[in-house]
Write a protein that binds this ligand. Structure first.
Ligand code: UDP
Ligand code: MG
Length: 327
């Protein structure tokens, strides 16, 4: 009796990764080959590189690897769409010919030896498997602290996240189909995927420092990502403004009452300091409030335009779908 083994696709977003692509490719090839040898996955499994509009030779290297290595396929996005959208592009492409996909970063900071565990969990019937870092020692103290703060804020806002899980995960085809229904322009995958709610499990691993090249997530991008994560999942910041505004209103009423009493008893304060402080305080709060509201309006603006999240420029590899047609 022949059992049909699952087709696995490894989805790797790449933005200016020429320094490490070849090395990454050979390590992933060995990983896939070992799993095929063990008869855990189908020999039609592939590695899908998503070139996210790189400015260096990343795409050239992907093409060279594709010619030399039967596992390697690639899609090239016409412009830099960002890590999250590049991941989505890869997953949605792979959905049509894979039983499950695993997403991971090109720098292989995430321990690839747990890919086998991911597959075992999938074979046990889990539909989503999250890779979770068991420690963050490879990060700078700053990144560790800001990440911890971020998870705490998200928890306080009631947003369900898997702590210390980045974008290293397995999704089966059913989960991918559900994911394809989320068309949010502010894409925050690690918030969306727990919402899908299918049977899931966690696999812990140790995260290593980047092998070569630099991080594509400098502080500015990281803050932006955290802010998008919050504003695309919660209106709590806007509600907070209302609460702060109301509290300030109450305080000013009390202060007005106090001033009136002082006036009646003929001993008014000179008042310059308190006046200046309240002007600056209120001015600052108002600007902040307008900023946060603006952020939501910006999100609405981006969503109503319904722009496509990415544009595919070219696709490498003729992949046979189950019904025999080529992609
Ligand atoms: N990446 C991408 N598009 C971008 C930025 C990053 O596809 O606009 C890819 C990058 O090539 C890498 C992954 O996303 O494979 C994660 O980036 P990086 O390792 O620089 O982030 P860090 O690990 O420092 O958070
Ligand atoms: Mg990295």
């Amino acid at each position: 009796m022949t059992v049909s083994l699952p087709i696995l696709t490894l989805v790797i977003p790449c933005y200016n990764e020429e320094e490490i692509l070849t090395d990454t490719c050979s390590k992933l090839t060995s990983t896939l080959a070992a799993l095929i040898q063990e008869q855990l996955i189908s020999s039609s499994s592939t590695i899908l590189f998503v070139d996210d509009g790189s400015k260096d030779d990343t795409w050239q290297l992907i093409k060279i690897e594709h010619l030399a290595n039967r596992f390697v396929t690639g899609i090239k996005l016409a412009a830099n769409a960002g890590h999250q959208r590049a991941l989505l592009a890869g997953m949605l492409h792979a959905k049509d010919y894979s039983d499950c996909v695993i997403t991971l970063d090109a720098d292989l900071q995430d321990d690839i030896s747990v890919i086998r565990t991911f597959v075992l969990r999938y074979l046990e019937g889990y539909e989503i498997v999250y890779g979770v870092r068991n420690d963050r020692t490879s990060d700078t103290g700053f990144k560790r602290n800001t990440a911890a703060l971020f998870y705490r804020v998200m928890e306080m806002l009631g947003i369900r996240l898997i702590s210390n899980h980045a974008d290293y995960r397995l999704l089966n085809r059913r989960a991918l189909t559900e994911l394809s229904r989320y068309n949010e322009s502010k894409l925050f995958l690690r918030g969306i995927i727990p919402q899908i709610g299918f049977r899931s499990d966690i696999v812990t691993y140790e995260r290593k420092p980047r092998l070569a090249g630099e991080t594509k997530y400098p502080l500015k991008k990281m803050l932006n990502f955290a802010f998008e994560g919050i504003t695309s999942f919660s209106v709590a910041p806007i509600r907070l403004i209302t609460v702060v505004g109301f509290v300030l209103f109450l305080i000013s009423m009390l202060a007005a009452g106090y001033a009136a009493i002082q006036k009646v008893f003929g001993d008014p304060d000179a008042g310059w300091t308190s006046l200046i402080i309240s002007i600056w305080l209120l001015g600052g709060l108002q600007l902040m409030a307008i900023g946060i509201i603006g952020e939501y309006i910006g999100t609405i603006f981006a969503e109503v335009k319904k722009r496509p999240l990415y544009t595919v420029d070219s696709i490498l590899g003729q992949i046979q779908a189950r019904d025999g047609t080529n992609f």
